[in-house]
Design a protein around this ligand. Structure first.
Ligand code: SAM
Length: 273
């Protein structure tokens, strides 16, 4: 009979954040597949667990998947862990999970810390509808597309980001969504855990010299923003009629159109003359 693959979540900073079940599974399995064996050894030493380790990281996922599947077929139970948090989430694991499903090998998630979810629940942003996008692409063209997509999303967007890139990403966000509220969750579960809130520009001022681990949460597109997009795509005449149908006076309509289009009242007034 095949063994089982356990996907075991580990702490994202505070070592107390490991579940009793996770500890039990790490004690019981035959083998632990780890993103970085030296890193996981630190955790195992802390938990006083001694187990054979095998490396399973982004650059050997394909080869190691075959090895793990072989071992599982031979009846070994394996725990997969990443350096921090939930395996597979912006971490290695997806390949071996897919291979297990194909081979009818049971995959069991062992819940625990996940940086994205903990950032979201304390963010104060809409947690009913959200999208986890992980790290933005390193490819400039794809990254630009992803940023454009974020602009249109009405759900909260969650991004992982490296400290040396965070200000660059905030600058990009300032260009496309200057008015949007953002939350930055820094160093969750650690001594310097901090939540920063504000627009992309305000956050750049607050994060002058970013150090540590960061998550960026972006408020979804607001109704007013959607209405503004709709109105500014209309011709000037249609835009005028939209407000006219609401019973507004000419003076007020011109004021509103100027505000929607971010131009002076005089400019709009001249066009109507
Ligand atoms: N699998 C992990 C999880 O469940 O969250 C994520 C791994 S991903 C390679 C690492 C990224 O997660 C970091 O660059 C950072 O964006 C985020 N992250 C991980 N731990 C964090 C923490 N303690 N505080 C804030 N962000 C964290």
């Amino acid at each position: 009979m095949s063994g089982k693959l356990y996907l075991v979540a580990t702490p994202i900073g505070n070592l107390e954040d490991i579940t009793l079940r996770a500890i039990q599974i790490l004690k019981e399995v035959d083998l632990i597949a780890a993103e970085d064996t030296r890193h996981t050894l630190g955790l195992l030493n802390h938990l006083e667990i001694s187990k054979p380790l095998i490396s399973y990281h982004r650059h050997n996922e394909e080869v190691k998947t075959d090895i793990l599947i072989e071992k599982l077929k031979e009846g070994e139970n394996i725990a997969l862990v990443s350096d921090a948090g939930t395996p597979v989430i912006s971490d290695p694991g997806e390949e071996v999970v897919k291979a297990c499903i194909k081979e009818n090998i049971e995959v069991i998630p062992i819940p625990g810390a996940c940086a994205a979810i903990n950032a979201l629940i304390a963010s104060g942003l809409n947690a009913k509808r959200f999208e986890f996008m992980g790290f933005l692409s390193l490819n400039k063209k794809i990254r630009k597309q992803e940023l454009e997509e974020i602009k249109e999303k009405s759900q909260t967007v969650i991004l992982y980001e490296a400290p040396h890139k965070i200000n660059n990403t905030l600058e990009d966000l300032e260009q496309i969504i200057p008015e949007r509220n953002l939350v930055i969750a820094k160093e969750l579960t650690k001594i310097h855990e901090t939540f920063y809130r504000g627009t992309p520009q305000e956050l750049q001022e607050k994060l002058e010299n970013p150090k540590g681990e960061f998550i960026i949460l972006i408020e979804g597109k607001k109704q007013e923003e959607k209405l503004n997009d709709f109105l500014t795509k209309l011709s000037l005449k249609e835009h005028y009629q939209y407000y006219e149908q609401q019973g507004l006076k000419k003076k007020d309509i011109i004021k509103k159109i100027a505000k929607d289009r971010n131009v002076s009242k005089n400019e709009i007034y001249q066009k109507f003359i």
